[in-house]
Design a protein around this ligand. Sequence first.
Ligand SMILES: NC(=O)C1=CN([C@@H]2O[C@H](COP(=O)(O)OP(=O)(O)OC[C@H]3O[C@@H](n4cnc5c(N)ncnc54)[C@H](O)[C@@H]3O)[C@@H](O)[C@H]2O)C=CC1
Ligand SMILES: O=C(CO)COP(=O)(O)O
Length: 342
Amino acid sequence: MKEKIAVIGGGSWGTALAVVLNNNGYNVYLRDISEKRVKEINEEHVNSYLSGIELPKELIATTSLEEAVKGAKAVVVVVPSHIVRTVSKELKGLLDKDTVIVTASKGIEEESHLRMSEVIKEELDDKFSDKIVALSGPSHAEEVILNHPTTVVVANKNKELAQQVQNMFMSDSFRVYTNPDIIGVELGGAVKNIIAIAAGISDGLDFGDNALAALITRGITEIKRLGVAMGAESVTFSGLTGLGDLIVTCASEHSRNRRLGFKIGSGKSLEEALSEMEMVAEGVRTAKAVYNLSHKLDIEMPIVDQMYKILFENKDPKLVVSDLMLRGAKYEIESIAMEKEW
Ligand SMILES: NC(=O)C1=CN([C@@H]2O[C@H](COP(=O)(O)OP(=O)(O)OC[C@H]3O[C@@H](n4cnc5c(N)ncnc54)[C@H](O)[C@@H]3O)[C@@H](O)[C@H]2O)C=CC1
Ligand SMILES: O=C(CO)COP(=O)(O)O
């Protein structure tokens, strides 16, 4: 008999992950709060967020959380990050004691500044504390659903648990690596969304490729600085969930965050840009969380600072450029200068 897996959140990413799991031979239940989405998946076998691509007929969508998770070997949480706490509260008491929880949402909670695995851990019973695995990496749903080659990382301190989840998702078009550094993996996936909005703004202003390369490279420097201060391994940020995900989100036509930035760079206000978005652009809320967190920890994040000012203080994006370019002169890589007493 097929083992059951529940995916909570039937947006573009939840649906793509559900299809990966279905193709790997699991009995997949996809839970979404929207009756319209559940109906289109069950009756028309499509998700309108994924341009009408035909979904496997065996995929079962439901609005009932209980029906989705009952008896499931694993529960994959993939709702927008600001909803992860609500879903986790609802999951409490519904899970079998051996259930593994996978978080595939990318964000930092606005008030608490917690990562998604930490939010879930706070809400579930203690017996699940060590059973939460993060899944992240450069992986737009629009390409995963077409079986285009994609690589991701699953992270947990417990190697066997990470390998269990690796085996669950691994296929000939979806390659899964493991990493014990869950802090780095989750932070890379969350913070890159802010830099992707900046990349979209830059493109909206028609600044070209030099500016994009600068944003990606200086962006990863900021992400790494914050990550290391929070206990992550520096080298994780050179991997798939750091630089890899930053590149794809800053450059891809599929990126929701880049798209939102492009609208702002083309002269729209945040409210106008958001009203035109169907799907979630996580970088907006994450910008607020990371701006406050970096100031609390005294971590220098100039691009994040300027993004906060554009998004929440109505600063004109054109003025941001000179503020970034004319900051005090710096070393490129401070650690080299220090090491060489330069
Ligand atoms: N779209 C993508 O290619 C990728 C997205 N992600 C991350 O995955 C998360 C979800 O993103 P998307 O799927 O793009 O979002 P989306 O905006 O496409 O869909 C979100 C879905 O969540 C549903 N929902 C809202 N509240 C719910 C609840 N309480 N229970 C169940 N479902 C609920 C909505 O009805 C909607 O269908 C985000 O954190 C995003 O950063 C990560 C990698 C790739
Ligand atoms: O995280 C993602 C790709 O890895 C998705 O990014 P967007 O939400 O910007 O589309």
